[in-house]
Design a protein around this ligand. Structure first.
Ligand SMILES: Nc1ncnc2c1ncn2[C@@H]1O[C@H](COP(=O)(O)OP(=O)(O)OP(=O)(O)O)[C@@H](O)[C@H]1O
Ligand SMILES: [Mg+2]
Length: 598
């Protein structure tokens, strides 16, 4: 033990010697004389809580904290703002303790050794424990406490160099916290609002409850806590009233903090929705509940589900909903997307015809359509693969179905066509590019979300504290709302979809069982003849002409043929997007003519 203490004393002596040596040059300035005199002056200055050179580097007083630094950078360590009396007490106390320990050691070495050893063990344990705690909380302080300090220190009259955690305390999960306010803090509402806004934004909280009662008294404090969390389970009955009362185009997702209803308007706020979450987190349950209420309000839904079994309630052996089209195979989804693109163009044409100078559109473009893409990551890859399979030389490289989906995202809103995409990880290329993803104003992040995913999809907001529960997530629009999504059984979804205004499918939509009512003739009635009926003159694209055998050539050959005989080739009778359409009879006549000439 004695040996150990001797080693400690030797280290202390060496350390003092080194300091004296380093200060040597400075001491001359201080003492204007011998090193000894300089050292003594500096020592007493230091002991009295000041700077060794006698100057002031902050505006602290003997009993008041400083808040301004006099250095050129305007920054000094926070400890230099402590009142001088407190610093003096620490330093004098420490020195007295050291001297007393030495004296005690001289008169009663055995007892002193034991006590000093015990004190050293305690000190080392305490230091290790403090360091371990600081290392553990480093991330928390850097991510949450330090940015909050940077926002509010000025309003609280504190220095930027103060240690943030010396007056801000935030629980690790950010569910509660408190701030020590300066003595004599103002109670003005604008001040309170400012601090509340900063705390809410910097800690990424949703509507925390602030408690300003602590402002009274000599040690003012502000406390806050999270508002009561969302319920653990939200059944249909808990939101039925909200759903039934919501206007058309508003979808109720569930209930959030304090059991408030959480809803999103696809008619105004966010025409398209993105649902992102890992497998088994509850994406399909969200789709089920929003689709059912969309149908309840008189819309028509198109479900595209490569997984095939995500929504057996909508299409199964014992019944298919009349207001839903369910596409499962690559071919079905491919053709449905192309049809939707055509439908969007038709709707645009109708809207244009009814558009008025003041911006109003006096036209009925058709029933509101919800296009749901389940398992977006799989869908994008499968559509591309399918296109590679059916594409013939001369066709564009990119799948026209993917282009159609993109077009719907960019232009569907005004003609009541909305897209809901469910993805396990909505990478830009799965959604159709970064620009397309920007159209997803409403994002539902469900289940466990990594900071990386949050940053990718909602970088404009801090990631809020997460609770991993099935069906628990966040709705991100121009703010962030925690939500427990509605748990609707399959049967409930079916019933709800049929309980409201049940619409019939848009005219000509593929893959639907029911077609809109054709003018029917009731039994016993004679058909009414309205003069001679001219059969419609059909138009088709070159591809369709080849498929239907109107042209007896392969598609590449037909294209080459068109290029070669441009003069004799029929003029296009119309356009389907960029595709030229021809009168069927003209193509047939040309085919016969050229076959004869061969
Ligand atoms: N709102 C909810 N309330 C209670 N439980 C839920 C809720 N949402 C989902 N669940 C539970 O989570 C399970 C999985 O949900 P769902 O099938 O929607 O996941 P998913 O994200 O679509 O998964 P996958 O990616 O595999 O398709 C459900 O069967 C249900 O048990
Ligand atoms: Mg699913």
């Amino acid at each position: 033990m004695r040996g150990f203490l001797l080693i400690l004393a030797a280290i202390a002596a060496l350390w003092l010697f080194a300091w004296a040596f380093i200060w040597h040059g400075r001491m001359y300035k201080v003492g204007r004389g011998s090193v000894l005199r300089g050292s003594i002056v500096a020592y007493f200055r230091w002991l009295s809580g000041g700077m060794w050179h006698g100057g002031q580097i902050s505006n602290r007083g003997w009993f008041s904290r400083g808040d301004k630094a006099f250095t050129r950078s305007g920054k000094i360590p926070g400890r230099h703002h402590r009142p001088r009396a407190a610093v003096c007490a620490y330093r004098v106390g420490g020195n007295l303790a050291a001297v007393s320990a030495l004296y005690w050691y001289a008169v009663a070495p055995a007892a002193a050794e034991a006590v000093i050893a015990a004190a050293l063990v305690l000190l080392v344990t305490f230091g290790a424990w403090r360091s371990w705690r600081r290392v553990r909380s480093f991330r928390h302080r850097r991510t949450w406490v330090a940015p909050l300090h940077a926002s509010i220190h000025y309003q609280l009259g504190r220095s930027a160099t103060d240690r943030p955690d010396s007056y801000i305390r935030v629980l690790e999960d950010r569910s509660a916290g408190e701030i020590d306010l300066p003595f004599g803090v103002t109670a003005a509402p604008s001040f309170r609002r400012q601090i509340e806004t900063d705390v809410t934004a910097r800690l990424g909280l949703e509507a925390p409850v602030f408690d300003w009662r602590g402002v009274a008294g000599p040690k003012p404090q502000l406390k806050w806590a999270e508002s009561p969390p969302a319920p653990d389970l939200v059944t249909l009955e808990m939101v039925r009233e909200l759903i039934e009362g919501a206007p058309e185009g508003v979808l109720v997702l569930g209930r959030g903090k304090g059991s408030e209803g959480v809803q999103v308007s696809i008619a105004r706020e966010s025409p398209h929705l993105l649902i992102n979450g890992p497998t088994n987190s509850g994406k399909s349950v969200v789709v089920r509940s929003i689709t059912a209420q969309f149908l309840f309000h008189g819309g028509f839904a198109v479900l595209m589900d490569h997984k095939e079994l995500s929504h057996t309630w909508a299409d199964s052996r014992d019944g298919t909903l009349p207001n839903i089209a369910y596409c499962r195979s690559d071919a079905e989804i491919h053709h449905m997307l192309l049809w939707l693109q055509k439908e969007m163009r038709r709707r645009n044409a109708v809207a244009r015809a009814g558009a008025r100078r003041d911006g109003r559109i006096d036209a009925n473009v058709g029933v509101r359509l919800l296009v749901v893409c389940e398992e977006l990551n799989v869908m994008a890859a499968r559509l591309a693969a399918y296109w590679r399979e059916i594409r013939v030389p001369g066709d564009p490289l990119r799948s026209p179905a993917v282009i159609a989906l993109n077009e719907l995202l960019f232009m569907g809103r005004q003609v009541k066509m909305h897209i809901v995409q469910a993805a396990q990880r909505a990478e830009a290329n799965a959604v159709g590019g970064g620009a397309a993803r920007e159209n997803m104003v409403g994002r539902v992040m469900i289940g466990k979300c990594t900071p990386k995913t949050w940053k990718m999809l909602a970088s404009e907001f801090e990631m809020p504290p997460m609770r991993v529960k099935q069906g628990r997530g966040f709705l991100v629009t121009d703010s962030v709302h925690e939500v427990q999504t509605t748990w609707m059984t399959e049967q409930e979804a079916w019933d709800l979809a049929l309980a409201g205004e049940v619409t019939s499918p848009p005219l000509g939509m593929p893959y639907v069982l029911q077609q809109p009512d054709a003018p029917a003739i009731s039994p016993g009635e004679d058909p009414v003849t309205v003069g001679p009926v001219t059969p419609p003159r059909p138009m088709l694209s070159l591809r369709e002409a080849v498929d239907q055998g109107v042209i007896s050539k392969s598609l590449p050959a037909a294209r080459m043929w068109r290029n070669r005989y441009r003069q004799r080739f029929p003029a296009p009778a119309g356009w389907d997007g960029p595709t030229e359409l021809y009168w069927r009879d003209e193509l047939a006549a040309l085919d016969a003519e050229l076959a004869g000439a061969r």
